[in-house]
Ligand binder design. Structure first.
Ligand SMILES: N[C@@H](CCC(=O)N[C@@H](CS)C(=O)NCC(=O)O)C(=O)O
Length: 222
């Protein structure tokens, strides 16, 4: 798989196709910066091998390495990369009034949306809203959809990295039937995911997935 953490300027994305890492790959393409990608096959257990676990003990994607530092968790990866290239305009500057809302909707994905989604998808009995990190599933989703309805992008007229994040997230969740959308949300998803970077990455990602599946079928991997 890889050498030990390199302490250089190269951005390395450890990726497995059709995972949460696909959105980070898309962001790298949107930024138009150079990076290297190390593709692992988690169906074959490559993410549970010692070499990768030494980088990310959870064995999860996305995992980024840059300048000898490991960045995991989607939210952190989106924030890290967009801030790394301020000239690309995908993150509001620290003194931009939009910065607070930008951080809010980034964090919302990991702190409210994901726990709610997993609870619902696996039929976990909801705990009372007072003790739940997201209130109730419906309240959480309505808050997000109300923000999207302000449009055309999450923070108004300009597309930011947070839109790449939500475009990728909502497309997957809606395809998998994990959320119910509405025409306004569908239009938002389409607006984001019809961008060339999305289409390009989706095609390459599908090809990678196919490659991994046929390798498995041919007995190239266990
Ligand atoms: N908390 C992590 C979750 C990442 C995650 O669950 N990734 C999945 C792919 S979508 C994964 O790596 N699964 C492989 C495994 O656990 O073996 C994040 O926000 O990035």
């Amino acid at each position: 798989m890889s050498e030990i953490l390199s302490n250089n300027d190269t951005i390395t994305l450890y990726h497995a196709p059709q995972t949460r890492g696909t959105g980070i790959w898309t962001l790298l393409e949107e930024l138009g910066v150079s990076y290297e990608m190390k593709v692992l096959n988690f169906a074959a257990g490559e993410n549970q091998q010692a070499e990768f676990l030494a980088i990310n003990p959870l064995g999860k994607f996305p995992t980024l390495v840059h300048k000898g530092t490991v960045v995991t968790e989607q939210v952190a990866c989106y924030l890290y990369l967009a801030d790394l290239f301020p000239e690309k305009g995908l993150a509001p500057a620290f003194n931009d009034p939009k910065r607070g809302a930008y951080l809010r909707w980034m964090a919302f994905q990991g702190s409210s949306f994901e726990p709610a989604l997993i609870d619902q998808a696996f039929n976990r009995s909801p705990i009372e809203a007072l003790h739940s990190p997201y209130g109730s599933f419906d309240t959480m989703l309505k808050a997000l959809y109300d923000q999207i309805a302000k449009g055309p992008y999450l923070l108004g007229e300009q597309l930011y990295a947070v839109d790449i994040f939500w475009g990728a997230t909502l497309k997957w969740c809606s395809m998998l039937g994990l959320i119910t959308t509405n025409p306004v949300v569908d239009a938002y998803i389409e607006r984001i995911t019809s961008r060339p970077a999305f289409i390009n990455v989706e095609q390459q990602d599908q090809a990678l997935k196919l490659e991994q599946s046929s390798a498995a079928n041919n007995g190239d991997i266990n």
